[in-house]
Design a protein around this ligand. Structure first.
Ligand code: MN
Length: 261
């Protein structure tokens, strides 16, 4: 049983993501299954269509000051990636404050505000100059993290899974097609908790740009339409508790807000 299926069984009922019937792909047509497994989709701004999520990739330590606060050297080492299960996506309609459930097992639950690129095309070993051609659109997302468990696993040299890849760990806004927003290479990114500014940086401080992230990622994995990439968080990550409200902003996109319940 792979990870995505494992998580799917417990997360379906509670995820805030829009879960709909899959449009059958060529490979699925005519295949009978004993039960239905929904597809995770995210609304597309200005469209009646929804963005089908294939994989959720995340880049680690992509802002120098955040790399330092996590105890590593922010030299330009190759970027590293991890994944969240697709159904960790919690769609948050912008203009609302969605409830976000405090997860089990953690006593140190952290926010990470991130720009998210959503791919409409795929490929392997994409050159940096062509990488942005793969982008369908952008949105903002939270890479929610059980920091205590992430650290504990790291210290034991065990996988991060339980700290990063749990149910609803990826709150995300609607997808804005790139034709409406352009590409994001600079602009403010900030996050407030209960109205107080916590993270405050500029997208131009990324160590690896979105184009470079796509290019590097495509050397390790064949990319496909429906893949989304969380592009890393700036410094000053920190904890939230039940009752807190998180608001995050990226210049050019509507804010995203969740209340921890
Ligand atoms: Mn992150």
């Amino acid at each position: 049983m792979d990870r995505r299926h494992f998580f799917q069984s417990s997360a379906l009922v509670t995820t805030g993501a829009v879960v709909g019937c899959a449009t059958p792909s060529t490979a699925q047509q005519g295949v009978k299954t004993p039960f239905a497994v929904p597809t995770v989709t995210i609304p597309i701004v200005g469209s009646s269509e929804q963005f089908p999520v294939r994989r959720v990739y995340c880049i680690g330590r992509n802002y120098a000051a955040h790399a330092r606060e996590m105890g590593s050297d922010p030299t330009r080492e190759p970027p590293f990636f991890f994944q969240k299960p697709t159904d960790a996506v919690q769609y948050v309609p912008q203009g609302t404050v969605a409830d976000h459930r405090y997860p089990t097992l953690t006593k140190n639950y952290h926010y990470e505000a991130e720009l998210v690129a959503a791919l409409g095309k795929g490929g392997r070993s994409i050159p940096v100059e062509k990488a942005l051609d793969l982008v369908y659109g952008y949105t903002l997302g939270l890479d929610m993290t059980r920091r205590d468990l992430q650290r504990a696993m790291g210290e034991e040299k065990k996988p991060w899974e339980i700290g990063k890849s749990f149910d609803q760990s990826a709150p995300i806004g609607a997808i804005h097609p790139v034709g409406q927003t352009g590409h994001f290479t600079k602009g403010a990114i900030w996050l407030k908790v209960n109205g107080a500014i916590k993270q405050n940086a500029n997208l131009n401080q990324m160590i690896w740009s979105v184009a470079e992230q796509i290019s590097k990622l495509s050397e390790a994995f064949e990319l496909f339409p429906g893949d989304i990439i969380y592009s890393g968080t700036p410094e000053n990550v920190g904890p939230v508790v039940r009752g807190d409200t998180i608001e995050m902003h990226i210049d050019g996109l509507p804010n995203l807000s969740v209340k921890i319940v």
